[in-house]
Design a protein around this ligand. Structure first.
Ligand code: NIG
Ligand code: FE
Length: 431
């Protein structure tokens, strides 16, 4: 059976689940240290979803004894999850879906040895994606984003953060955020929009980055905040992009406009975190180059360190962020795809988890917590997302597996059989 519109408003009962990873939360705040490994597993489990919310979670036996269910079972769509693992839908807290063309020339040029920065200096990189976005209509961009959302959902993602950042002028940043909003309205999952005007200095401002930063703060941010087109403001704070002082100016403006902040940091070079932590960013992402001395302050904060190993993989790097150093220091860590045309054209959170296990020495359990509940913390949505608990949104991923470790183990294959987003199922359960 194809699940879709026909069962949109019906109550759902997932039953006979071989392993249910509830991720039910004991600690206050994001998972850290040993609590990252606590998946709250229930075997032979059931989950009842009503009106887009999870209403009960337990064993199949207990669910079938429930008086309400006995009375109303005819109205409920059963989904048999024998031989399946069910977990909270992935929360992909870092994506760049608003672009037009893949960057195939960059991809090819990297093979004989050019690196990310050399490619950007030679006319490739982020700036080479600007033209496509500036010339595209809002409708065309919306269609692009919609395709990405459908693809992400088919891989088990039910919530994602979506950044602008390839328009880089007022008109095209607004158009990008409007495309995110229009696509999100048609999708049953949840999209958190982020304004990333500070992704690169566009060519017309070359050598005048301060003027461009002023434009971001004074011309772009006010209408974006007023029209609630973004929840977060992001800055690519790194060598060749924006400095820590420029990031601080942008964060100060974001604060003034009531927008929360996050940053790309430490991808190419080390930046000290102190000046940024003052703005209580929801997340600092990449984190390949971080000074050890900054880890205690990061661990004391609720800022999540989000790793995006797809970018390391696709850029052909041999080094990955040192996840163990962060986890052992008590830093809250998340995983995301960083879906984008330059450094990580990867849709699969399962693949991000696989890379985290094989290259960053995270255990499968830690990777699952990082891809679900801690992703939700990185988007400040943990009250609604990231775990399977009564009262939370009915966001679930059903995998063709009987042990959760299979999710990162079977790399390069999509074993997500069904995704449920705010109670709406999408996909096909294999027979
Ligand atoms: O997260 N580092 C900056 N931004 C993206 C890359 C974007 C691009 O190359 O188009 C990243 O890796
Ligand atoms: Fe990114």
């Amino acid at each position: 059976m194809q699940y879709g519109d026909c069962v949109k408003s019906k109550p759902l009962l997932l039953l006979n689940i071989t392993q249910l990873l509830t991720m039910r939360s004991a600690p206050r705040g994001p998972r850290r240290g040993a609590s990252l490994s606590d998946l709250g597993i229930i075997q032979d489990a059931a989950v009842l979803c009503l009106a887009g919310k999870i209403v009960s979670v337990g064993t199949t036996k207990d669910a079938l004894r429930d008086p309400w269910l006995k009375k109303s079972h005819k109205k409920v769509t059963d989904i048999d999850c024998r031989g399946r693992v069910v977990l909270p839908g992935f929360v992909d807290s870092h994506t760049h879906p608003v672009f037009v063309h893949p960057r195939l020339v960059d991809f090819e040029n990297r093979i004989p040895g050019a690196n990310y920065e050399e490619i950007a200096e030679a006319g490739g990189g982020i700036r080479s994606s600007i033209d496509g976005v500036r010339k595209a209509s809002k409708t065309a961009l919306t269609q692009k984003v919609s395709l990405v959302l459908a693809d992400l959902a088919s891989h088990g993602t039910t919530t994602l953060e979506a950044k602008s950042g390839y328009g880089l002028n007022l008109e095209s940043e607004l158009k990008s955020l409007e495309a995110i909003r229009a696509a999100a309205r048609e999708w049953p999952g949840t999209v958190v929009p982020t304004f990333l005007g500070a992704h690169a200095v566009p060519p017309e401002y070359r050598g005048r980055s301060q003027e461009y930063v002023d434009l971001i703060c004074n011309e772009m941010m006010p209408p974006i905040a007023k029209r609630k087109l973004a929840r977060f403001v992001d800055v690519f704070c790194d060598r060749g992009a924006f400095s820590a002082a420029e990031a601080a100016q942008i964060f100060t403006a974001a604060e003034k406009h009531g927008l929360a902040v996050r940053a790309h940091i430490g991808q190419l070079s080390e930046t000290r975190l102190g000046s940024l932590l003052r703005y209580q960013p929801a997340s600092l992402d990449h984190m390949d180059h971080v000074n050890d001395a900054d880890l205690p302050a990061l661990a004391r904060s609720d800022t999540v360190a989000t790793f995006v190993p797809g970018a390391n993989y696709f850029l052909g790097l041999s080094k990955y962020p040192d996840a163990r150093r962060f986890i052992e220091s008590g830093v809250a860590v998340a995983l995301a795809t960083d879906y984008n045309p330059g450094s990580s054209p990867m849709l699969s959170m399962a693949m991000a988890m696989s890379l985290a296990c094989t290259h960053m020495k995270m255990s499968p359990a830690e990777a699952i917590a990082a891809a679900t509940i801690n992703g939700a913390w990185a988007l400040r949505l943990a009250d609604r997302k990231g775990s399977v608990e009564p009262g939370k949104d009915a966001d679930l991923a059903v995998f063709a597996a009987s042990d959760y470790r299979e999710i990162p183990y079977w790399f390069g294959a999509n074993r997500c059989a069904l995704t449920i987003m705010n109670g709406v199922p999408s996909g096909r359960l294999p027979s």
